[in-house]
Ligand binder design. Structure first.
Ligand code: ADP
Ligand code: MG
Length: 330
């Protein structure tokens, strides 16, 4: 880890309080127990497939396994890739080749198991063609490489991959576990909190611990974890959500963007005009091409909302238009 990364990971509570060992992972008891059993026979460990919602410990668990299986050298022998990255499958192929050639040279003096681990996040963003290519790679490389494939929706993973992995379904975290974790952090950080404010955080994040910790940290940064500060922090995290939505839309992920938009307006209660305002700022910060068309687009939707057109329909249409603009820019 670089020095900057180290500083950042100490500043960000989500990183600072990311479990290092499997037994520190909360709530996912059956999964942890199942995995502990599998790890007992490192040479027989199968490929793993983790499915479930955001912020419940999928990536953390994958990293814990890599650490426990590969020992001190784990980072050198673990590759974390994001499959939604366009270079995803190409990188996987190249790295697997590289791993395989190193393996041939390696002597057997190493105490730890002599395979490497590829953690492939957001695999459900891959097209089925890419997944078919991945399946080939998994088969060809199984002597040298174990895969931990992570996705939100199992149904988006092709059956031949599912059948080559042991599947673990991660659940949303229970309220008392999330609140317990937040309390632990407050105590370690010496931060004052109101019990009700912690419940409020849970209600706004429905079991997404990453999001919960981010809101906790933002509130603590305002002085204490009080209801007022939590509400203000949820608003702030809403602003960063607008950025995520805009980026998804421009990347052509319309459905994803639309679901997040609905969540933002319905669950977080962000008004449509605020959405448009933040979206506008965000778009200019992104320094896209076709700024003239973008300006015209934003003005048009601003007008439509002002004259009372149905906001949800209009904003969905805006996301679709952004997708078109995004594909032009490529
Ligand atoms: N089950 C869990 N136990 C302990 N911490 C968790 C758990 N789930 C999430 N976290 C916290 O949230 C952060 C994000 O978790 P992560 O494993 O990246 O979620 P996912 O990959 O499921 O989206 C972690 O760094 C950790 O601080
Ligand atoms: Mg993850």
């Amino acid at each position: 880890m670089s020095t900057t990364n180290k500083i950042l990971s100490n500043l960000m509570w989500v990183e600072k309080y990311r479990p290092i060992k499997l037994e520190q992972v909360i709530n996912q008891k059956e999964i942890v127990n199942g995995l502990k059993n599998l790890i007992k026979n490192p040479y027989e460990i199968p490929h793993l497939l983790f499915a479930g919602p955001a912020g419940v410990g999928k990536t953390t668990t994958a990293l814990c396994i890599a650490r426990e299986l590969l020992g001190e050298d784990w980072q050198r022998n673990t590759l974390e890739l994001n499959a939604s990255d366009e270079r995803g499958i190409k990188m996987v192929r190249e790295r697997v080749k590289e791993f395989a050639s190193v393996m041939k040279l390696a002597t057997d003096t190493n105490d730890n198991v002599s395979f490497r681990i590829i953690i492939l996040d957001e695999a459900d963003e891959m097209t089925s063609e890419a997944q078919t290519a991945l399946r080939r790679i998994i088969e060809d490389s199984s002597k040298t490489t174990r895969f931990i494939i992570i996705c939100n929706y199992l149904s988006q993973i092709i059956e031949p991959i599912q059948s080559r992995c042991v599947v673990f379904r991660f659940m949303r975290l229970a309220k008392e576990d999330v609140i317990g974790y937040l309390k632990m952090i407050c105590e370690k950080e010496g931060v004052k909190y109101e019990e009700k404010a912690l419940s409020q955080i849970y209600a706004a994040t429905s079991g997404d611990l990453r999001h919960s910790i981010n809101i906790l940290q933002a509130s603590a940064g305002m002085g204490s974890v009080s209801i007022a500060n939590v509400i203000a922090s949820i608003g702030l995290s809403g602003k960063t959500k607008v950025g995520e939505i805009i980026r998804s839309a421009i990347a052509g992920k319309f459905n994803d963007a639309r679901i997040k938009l609905l969540e933002l307006t319905n669950v977080y209660g962000m008004s449509e005009t605020d959405f448009l305002k933040y979206a506008n700022q965000e778009l200019y910060d992104m320094k896209l091409e076709h700024l003239d068309e973008l300006a015209a687009l934003m003005a048009e939707f601003d007008y439509r909302l002002a004259v009372g057109a149905h906001p949800e329909i209009q904003l969905s249409a805006l996301l679709a238009q952004l997708g078109k603009l995004g594909s032009k820019g490529k």
